[in-house]
Design a protein around this ligand. Structure first.
Ligand code: SF4
Length: 375
């Protein structure tokens, strides 16, 4: 079976106010990380065997903050993966945060076969960083961005957030301009979502306007939007994330990770989620059969809905060939009325079964109509 691999490194040097990801505070290179790498590798080995995976097209090491592993452990993790995987994946992405992504770490990643670094920038604006308790020193960003750009030329992505407390149009435009001077191949611009709203956040309409201004600035600079929050230079889209949006199989390894495996012959599948408990995962006693992993069976209708939910985030839309193989009919036959209405309204992309730039802004409304038609 072919499946991508996601590895979750659930450690960070602090805790940002807006973050929903599972992570525990740790010192970079702190105790326990060596054992964690060993257990993660053992889990990769077991998971590849359990699901009979013989091809891994993409690998993504995320978190948390994978760069807290430090150079030596990152090298060991990558060498361990190289020994376990059937072949080295076509795309290998690793997330890093500036405070822990030093030269030694980045070189270890490059030598270990990482083809893409995704750097958590978020904002250069110190007051905004402080207001959301963003980890790491903003003052380190330029130096670390220079390093990443020198070691991974044309192969790094950076995340920015719009709608942060203390942010206005000027601040966001300066963030974008400062970042683009380092020539990232790919930029993710996320609209801040925090519930309840963080103190000092701009009102909703102002936050929406900010994101649109950010989108326009990125497009003017030659980055094409290819998903709700993602922009890239030609040929630099994240292949791993496209596999999620197109509902291709992936295994998630590590605490709080989840994986989804779909049987193309039946259109049914399974999703498993590893318990968000790094303490338990980090002990040999952690047992997948003992509450460490929950498994959910996904029937055909659930998967058709998810295929639309994920696929219409992407500017190419769901994978029509794969849809037909899995569900036995063209995807248009499931939602003809919605597609016709949205095409007439001018929100579909030409002849493609995909939302265009304006349509993406109304994704939730579109999905409501899709689900109503499916019921
Ligand atoms: S560094 Fe990233 S993963 Fe860690 S708490 Fe902050 S936003 Fe969350």
């Amino acid at each position: 079976m072919e499946a991508s691999l996601y590895l979750h490194i659930p450690f960070c040097v602090g805790s940002c106010d807006y973050c929903d990801f599972y992570s525990l505070p740790v010192r970079p290179g702190g105790p326990g990380l060596d054992a964690f790498v060993d257990i993660l590798l053992a889990d990769v080995r077991d998971s590849l065997a359990r699901f009979a995976v013989d091809r891994v097209p993409t690998l993504y090491v995320g978190g948390g903050t994978p760069s807290v592993l430090g150079a030596v452990r990152a090298a060991r993790l990558l060498a361990g993966l190289r020994a376990l995987l059937p072949a080295w994946p076509e795309e290998v992405t690793l997330e890093a945060n500036p405070e822990s992504a030093d030269g030694a770490f980045l070189r270890a990643c490059r030598e270990g076969g990482v083809s893409r670094i995704s750097l958590g920038v978020q904002t250069f604006h110190e007051p905004s960083r402080r207001m959301v308790h963003r980890v790491g020193e903003g003052s380190l960003l330029p130096e670390r961005l220079s390093l990443v750009s020198a070691l991974f030329p044309g192969a790094f992505s950076a995340d920015l957030i719009s709608g942060l407390p203390g942010q206005n149009e000027q601040v966001l435009m300066r963030d974008i301009e400062t970042l683009l001077a380092f020539n990232p191949a790919h930029v993710s611009l996320y609209a801040l979502t925090a519930d309840p709203k963080l103190p000092g956040s701009p009102p909703d309409d102002e936050a929406d306007r900010l994101w649109l201004q950010g989108r326009d600035a990125l497009e003017e600079a030659g980055y094409t939007q290819y998903e709700v929050s993602n922009f890239s230079r030609p040929g630099k889209r994240s292949r791993h994330n496209i596999r999620y949006w197109r509902m291709e199989n992936w295994l998630g390894i590590g605490p709080a990770a989840s994986g989804t495996v779909i049987d193309d012959r039946t259109g049914m599948g399974r999703r498993y989620t590893v318990k968000a408990d790094a303490g338990a995962y980090n002990t040999p006693a952690f047992s997948k059969r003992d509450g460490g992993v929950t498994v959910e069976f996904l029937d055909r209708l659930t998967l058709i809905k998810e295929t639309f939910l994920m696929g219409f985030r992407y500017t190419e839309g769901p994978d029509r060939e794969l849809f037909k193989i899995r569900f036995g009919a063209e995807l248009e036959t499931f939602i003809p009325r919605t597609l016709e209405r949205w095409r007439k309204r001018g929100f579909l992309d030409g002849e493609k079964t995909a939302l265009n730039r304006d349509g993406l802004l109304l994704l939730n409304l579109f999905l409501l109509e899709v689900f109503e038609e499916l019921e």
